[in-house]
Design a protein. Structure first.
Length: 213
């Protein structure tokens, strides 16, 4: 059962009871990227107390949103089909929250899973469908992602590999995705550093990933 009971018979109320506890939606966000071991979830949410992580996982399991599953002799947590139905909700929340993000505070970090979901949120498949297949190697702080856009299909994986454009950027990439900063200006001001490849492809990246601030 959820830790809180709001005493109302309503679908929104029930949803908040199930996933409205602190950290619950961030756990779901990371599991939307893929199954994770307990330690991986803890590493992706470095400020979550271990007792809270354990409690949230137990609650989400009892609600049928996640499950424990064996993978190569280790136990991972993964979303159930019911839990995966939350993906459009999480993406919509990400788009809504993007409008109020502002500039990052010094202590705020970007994790591989949070950036993967941010890219999914900003992805415009209808635009990408008209563009050539492109692979981007992106370094967002400690998060290294290989982003492949093949028509309307987006695939984001951790790590490095051959890329048409490799670049590094901090949280200021938000200004490029929002359209506040043009690709050429992003390079000139150092918001984005081109590591190798065609720097003109940053414009294609900005067209493919866009969210209005």
């Amino acid at each position: 059962m959820a830790a809180r009971d709001y005493g109302q018979y309503c679908g929104v109320t029930r949803a908040v009871e199930l996933v409205g506890e602190r950290w619950a939606l961030l756990i779901i966000r990371d599991l939307l990227v893929g199954p994770r071991r307990y330690g991986e979830l803890a590493a992706g949410l470095p400020r979550i107390p271990s007792n809270i992580l354990a409690a949230r996982l137990k609650e989400l399991q009892e609600a049928g949103i996640i499950r424990r599953a064996p993978r190569s002799r280790v136990i991972v947590y993964e979303l159930t089909p019911y839990g995966r139905e939350l993906e459009p909700v999480v993406l919509a929340l990400g788009a809504w929250g993007f409008k109020a993000m502002g500039d990052p505070r010094e202590e705020q970090i970007v994790t591989p899973d949070s950036m993967t979901m941010a890219l999914r949120t900003a992805f415009r498949p209808q635009i990408a469908a008209e563009l050539p297949t492109t692979v981007y190697g992106a370094h967002f702080g400690a998060a290294e992602l290989l982003i492949r856009v093949d028509g309307p299909t987006l695939d984001v994986a951790r790590g490095e590999g051959p890329a048409d454009l490799a670049f590094s950027a901090g949280p200021g990439i938000r200004r490029l995705i929002s359209g506040e900063l043009a690709p050429t200006a992003a390079i000139e001001t150092g918001v984005v550093e081109v590591l190798h490849g065609r720097d003109d492809l940053l414009g294609r990246f900005a067209d493919t990933f866009h969210l209005a601030a």
